[in-house]
Design a protein around this ligand. Structure first.
Ligand code: 5AD
Ligand code: SF4
Length: 451
């Protein structure tokens, strides 16, 4: 067997794409290996969302060049592939900056990997064709053993690309226009995963709640309708979806949080900023109060729902008063967790050409203040769990011998004392303590009471 090492950067869709590339390469006689050393094929699945993510790729490529040269000097035929969004955005520029790269393949072209790898034996190759000529229709299904090796939680891409064009964001350019996979293809993929033991499914897409896929009845299905169907797949006990846009949260989707026990009480709904002026400049197409009202509706349907968001500080033109509005929104909503970033100008996006860029020190200071408040609310949310009994799906061995780790319905990591053969069990856990990154508890008695 030849060996392939796949390293994914960035979002969950890259994790999914990395697995699908592994499935393709398995058919070409490659098995996965956890380290680049000794691999015949090294594949970086890259992220272009912020400049730092891009720099990381080039740094990594420098190290891999040395590894490749060293291995090939001893007679091996090591090759380097750059896939993902940097591949899409930079194309041949990658091989100009790092000639050790044999193949550059974009996110909508990786189903052609076998032919591209063949061609890359003769010359350097770049394939960044964007139209999604149903890449998904060409991807081989993973083998049951591969699914089992990946655990009982799985990501499934149901939607790709984005038509929202937020002024800061490269996604519409790197992933292309919005595309929804047909319902039947998604359901059969999830059935296959569930047959191999997957219980926890996260439906992913850059703008997942804009999902509008062809249904088996000839109608166009919404995300809510799709989730009702996914909830019928035997073995699927938990369903999540990410990432959503506030403008696409329709009534049916909100109702699904109330009506479907499999849909977890967790919603990642990025707001980005709390000032209407900045939201307008970002082309987010909603105001801060519209977001607040939306959250009220979601909470009315599912009062215990945990919310999370992404924030950008230092978008061009952001004043102290604008930033104060972001802090106010954070206090008003009380997010269970959130990601926050300094604005990073991305070439080709409208915001990159705006004047009035915020000074880096001011951005750092705002990020620090924001993260302090986000952390405060995260800790408050986690501490409020102490004494409660929650369902935990045990996923893997824990940090210490005799411990297993799993997730609460609210996407918190939970550690309990349990036997290794309990992986895959849904257990009732009494939460005893909230650490900084995990909750700790013990299995409750059979009636769900503390034993
Ligand atoms: N600069 C900083 N953060 C960004 N994001 C997207 N584009 C940029 C950018 N140019 C953040 C947004 C998005 C998350 C995935 O990354 O918050 O929701
Ligand atoms: Fe980017 Fe999300 Fe805006 Fe689409 S909705 S442009 S993926 S930030």
């Amino acid at each position: 067997m030849k060996k392939v090492h796949i390293k994914s950067f960035g979002c969950q869709m890259n994790v999914y794409d990395g697995q699908r590339m592994a499935d393709i390469l398995a058919g070409q006689g490659y098995e996965e290996t956890a380290t680049p050393e000794g691999a015949d094929l090294i594949l970086l699945n890259t992220c272009h969302i912020r400049d730092r993510a891009v720099q990381k790729v080039y740094t990594e490529l420098g190290k891999l060049r040395d590894l490749k040269n060293g291995q090939n000097a001893t007679g091996q035929d090591t090759r380097i592939v750059v896939a993902g969004c940097v591949a899409q955005a930079e194309g041949a520029e990658i091989q100009r900056r790092q000639p050790a790269v044999d193949l550059v393949v974009g996110p909508q072209a990786y189903h052609r990997l076998p032919a591209l790898l063949d061609e890359a034996r003769r010359r350097r190759v770049v394939d960044t064709d964007l139209p999604i000529d149903d890449k998904f229709g060409h991807l081989p299904a993973p083998k049951p053993a591969a699914i089992r090796g990946r655990g009982i939680s799985a990501f499934v891409t149901i939607q790709e690309g984005c038509d929202k064009f937020c002024a800061f964001c490269v996604v519409p350019y790197t992933r292309g226009a919005e595309f929804s996979r047909p319902v039947a293809a998604i359901v059969s993929e999830i059935e296959r995963l569930a047959e191999a033991g997957v219980q926890d499914v996260t439906l992913i897409g850059q703008n997942v709640n804009a999902y509008h896929g062809d249904g088996p009845d000839g109608a166009v299905w919404s995300l809510a309708r799709l989730m009702h169907r996914v909830a019928e797949v035997p073995g699927v006990t938990r369903i999540r979806y990410t990432t959503s846009h506030p403008r696409d949260m329709d009534d049916d989707l909100i109702a699904a949080h109330r009506d479907l026990p499999q849909v977890m009480p967790f919603l990642h709904l990025p707001v980005q900023a709390g000032s209407d002026r900045i939201l307008a400049a970002m082309n987010r197409k909603h105001t801060a109060d519209e977001y607040r009202r939306l959250i009220e509706r979601v909470r009315a349907a599912r009062p215990d729902i945990a919310l999370s968001s992404d924030f950008i500080v230092g978008f061009p033109g952001e004043s102290d008063a604008d930033f104060a509005e972001t802090l106010r929104l954070v206090e008003d909503i009380g997010f269970a967790s959130s990601y926050s970033f300094k604005y990073s100008p991305r070439p080709g996006t409208p915001a990159a050409d705006l004047g009035d860029q915020v000074a880096p020190e001011l951005m750092s200071e705002r990020l620090h203040r924001l993260q302090e408040r986000i952390e405060h609310h995260r800790q408050a949310f986690n501490h409020a769990m102490v004494g409660r009994t929650v369902d935990v799906l045990l996923e893997r061995v824990g940090r210490h011998p005799g411990q297993l780790a799993g997730k609460s319905p609210y996407l918190q990591a939970v550690q309990i004392e349990a036997r290794a053969n309990q992986i895959g069990d849904m257990v009732k856990v009494v939460i005893e303590r909230a650490g900084s990154n995990s909750l700790f508890g013990r299995e409750a008695g059979p009636e769900g009471l503390a034993a």
